[in-house]
Design a binder for this molecule. Structure first.
Ligand SMILES: *Cc1c(COP(=O)(O)O)cnc(C)c1O
Length: 366
């Protein structure tokens, strides 16, 4: 490839610079202003979430969900082990104790292990990741959390627009979070959103995100807060990106289909599934090889100027979490050893996907 192919680069819709210009003209270069409100309303209207607060990152959104949800020092928090660090680092910010749960054949959280872990650990909360844009088994997971009184926080950082039973991921639990980091399906360059079913939760998060200032003319503080609010400039980019989100989802799904068609005769390849009743956004096209070493394929793609990556290294394998308890582990360990993320940027065309597939095929056969 002449030009480097990235894994999932930003893809602007067109109206973003106009909105940013409006921000400049209004001089609201601050974490307040009409675009922050508009961005929150756009996400609420698209996802059907009740309430939303725009933040500086998805990680900040998870931190606030734990904080508002009452997770404190020493509490146990269950989490998907097969995820990205931003999903679980906030457990440590709260001095709580992470306990990891393996995936099942869906690649997402195993509901049977979840039940077992809740029985033994008596956790306060579960952070559930919808990986690579594919919904977890929501019917089972929601039912288990409700029955056992476990606070459900959905990490939908990668799955904006994915649905289960027609309902958007991120809107099943008391809290859901989205990320607008540079590589996500839509981006503000960096940012996140916390959504929730209860107005008072989101109002509390809004207050904590702006240094927990009390109502007074002077700066009055009774509790510790954070500087987590999203800037109006970035929210303007977000408003533009929300306009093209439905197109981006369809394109990601198409890219997945192109890869699958190009490589369908290779029997050792398995693709990330889409669980029954769900429709993913296919943020990244991901697969596993039965025999081929994925790191060989990553090397072959790199030599042709194409970026690809292994699947997430499970959290229970990370030195940071040495000693943490894990339920199961073998499924995600195998996925990590055998898996690959292919370039899935929404500006790719069919012929790009075919060229990339040809490099993969050659690496397998050589
Ligand atoms: C990107 C991501 C996050 C964190 O989002 P940031 O906005 O980068 O802080 C959390 N969880 C998962 C699964 C992610 O992919």
């Amino acid at each position: 490839m002449d030009k480097r192919v990235f894994l999932s680069p930003p893809d602007m819709g067109g109206s973003e610079p106009d909105y940013v210009k409006e921000v400049f003209e209004s001089n609201y270069i601050a974490p307040i202003g009409q675009f922050v409100d508009r961005f929150e309303r756009a996400v609420v209207s698209f996802t059907g979430a009740e309430h939303a607060v725009a933040l500086s990152s998805g990680t900040a959104a998870i931190h606030l969900a734990l904080r508002v949800g009452g997770v404190e020092r020493g509490d146990r928090v269950l989490a998907s082990t097969f995820t990205f660090i931003g999903s679980v680092a906030p457990i440590l910010y709260q001095n709580a104790e992470p306990v990891f749960i393996d995936s099942d054949e869906s690649w997402n959280l195993d509901p049977t292990l979840l039940e077992e872990a809740i029985e033994r650990e008596k956790p306060k909360a579960l952070i559930l990741t919808h990986l690579y844009g594919q919904s977890a088994k929501m019917e089972e997971i929601v039912q288990i959390c409700e029955e056992k009184g476990v606070l459900l926080i959905e990490d939908a950082a990668e799955s904006l627009g994915a649905t289960y039973g027609g309902k958007q991921t991120g809107t099943f639990g008391r809290f859901g979070i989205y990320s607008f980091n540079g590589n996500k399906i839509i981006t503000t360059g960096g940012g996140g959103m916390l959504v929730g079913a209860k107005a008072e939760d989101i109002e509390k998060a809004r207050k904590l995100s702006t240094q927990a200032r009390e109502e007074a003319i002077w700066y009055e503080h009774t509790e510790v807060g954070y500087n987590y609010r999203m800037s109006n400039v970035l929210a303007a980019i977000g408003v533009g990106q929300m306009e093209v989100l439905p197109e981006r989802i369809e394109k990601k799904r198409k890219i997945f289909e192109w890869y699958r068609e190009s490589l369908e005769d290779i029997e050792e390849i398995s693709w990330m599934p889409e669980v029954e009743k769900s429709r993913g956004n296919r943020w990244l096209t991901t697969l596993t090889f039965e025999k081929t070493d994925p790191f060989e394929v990553i090397g072959a793609l790199e030599r042709k100027n194409v970026e690809s990556r292994p699947l997430w290294k499970p959290m229970h394998m990370q030195p940071l979490f040495r000693g943490a308890r894990a339920y199961g582990g073998g499924v995600s360990e195998k996925l990590f050893a055998r898996g690959l993320c292919l370039p899935s940027g929404t500006s790719l065309e069919k012929e790009d996907v075919e060229k990339i597939s040809a490099i993969v095929r050659e690496a397998i056969c050589s």
